[in-house]
Design a protein. Structure first.
Length: 368
């Protein structure tokens, strides 16, 4: 399939996203075509990314002044200590605003790299090369950066758009199925909040997507990116409609934090569990019809996606979950803000609920 190009336009900036298979050898050309120049660059590379792919990137870069920092990507390492290490390298190498920071990794690596780029000398050029399905369809688009704290996930961060995003399918071919499932959770979220036809496409092609079958995988990534592009362009700073992208995430982030960001539950798996929780909560509050909930539930079953909350969460975790949900960034009152579904393709994001109602819901879900 030929190279796909999308352009994100925000109030202050526009930048391209390129999607394709084996496109790393085109980096130099893409930089030139988009007038991106720099004297030296720092590559933040996830240690799990194969060296041969990182070397492909290095060979394609116009600059020979390249520093590589290998990063162990985990939610526990997504912290201020990791940021300080990156900033120290940038200072020691005398980087300036005309230089560049490149992220090669998944969502965690992209978040860390983007945050460092945004605060170093008030803004360094940033190029994102997402290597996971989750980051290619979601976290590399829209400019959200951040780190975790003891108070919760992504509690400190910035909105900082990259200069360029390059999503190469060849990175995905190195991933275990568990990582692909994580990315699928965000694809499913996009379909549920924006496009029932896309959801039906997923119903038909879900297994092919998880097998990275071409051209289905390219079409899926492209469509998912288009959905997020439209939302981000309408509301870059998440003041209104962009909140719909958090469908399932208020539950998901609380599940992750409650388990201490354990490897038992990856972010994408938590998102899928959060999607089911949010859909079920929508159903029980007479917002979502039973037939739509059944379609979602059947889809999770057919693809054998994570759907059993009790596998990792117990009723002993309830108070902790509620504590994290109350600290969610989207809350601006004492109540908890949830993004729910009216129907597949139609979300609602301005609903607030008392913690007792959510506690009762989760207690019931975990007692079955």
């Amino acid at each position: 399939m030929s190279l796909i190009k999308l352009e994100i336009k925000t109030n202050n900036q526009k930048y391209p996203i390129f999607i394709g298979d084996n496109i790393l050898n085109k980096i130099k050309k893409l930089l030139k075509e988009n007038a991106i120049k720099f004297n030296q660059c720092l590559i933040i590379a996830d240690k799990n990314v194969p060296k041969k792919l990182i070397n492909k990137v290095i060979k394609s870069l116009p600059s020979k002044k390249i520093t590589i920092h290998h990063f162990v990507a985990s939610e526990l390492n997504k912290n201020q200590k990791s940021i300080d290490k990156i900033l120290t390298i940038l200072m020691n190498k005398n980087f300036n605003r005309n230089d560049c920071l490149i992220s090669i990794g998944g969502g965690i690596t992209g978040d860390i790299s983007g945050f460092a780029a945004s605060i170093f000398k008030r803004g360094l050029k940033f190029i994102n090369m997402p290597t996971t399905l989750l980051s290619q369809v979601d976290s590399s688009i829209g400019g959200k950066t951040g780190i975790n704290t003891k108070f919760g996930k992504n509690m400190v961060g910035t909105f900082y758009q990259p200069s360029l995003v390059i999503s190469d399918i060849s990175f995905l071919k190195t991933l275990p199925k568990r990582e692909l499932v994580c990315g699928y959770g965000e694809i499913l979220k996009h379909a549920l909040i924006a496009d029932k036809k896309f959801f039906l496409f997923l119903n038909k092609n879900g297994s092919k997507i998880l097998k990275l079958s071409s051209p289905i995988i390219e079409k899926t990534i492209h469509k998912s990116c288009i959905i997020k592009k439209k939302v981000v362009e309408a509301d870059e700073k998440e003041m209104n409609i962009r909140k719909i992208l958090n469908f399932g995430h208020t539950f998901a982030h609380a599940y992750e934090a409650t388990l201490g960001y354990s490897k038992k539950l990856n972010h994408g798996e938590a998102v899928i569990l959060g999607i089911k929780s949010a859909a079920k909560f929508s159903l029980l509050n007479n917002i979502l019809k039973a037939k739509d909930f059944k379609l979602i539930e059947n889809h999770l079953d057919e693809l054998n996606l994570p759907r059993d909350l009790k596998k990792n969460i117990s009723s002993n975790h309830l108070n902790k979950i509620l504590s994290f949900m109350k600290k969610d960034k989207k809350n601006n009152t004492k109540k908890i803000n949830l993004v729910l579904l009216k129907k597949i393709g139609s979300p609602i994001h301005k609903l607030q609920f008392h913690e007792k109602k959510i506690y009762s819901f989760l207690k019931n879900e975990l007692s079955k």
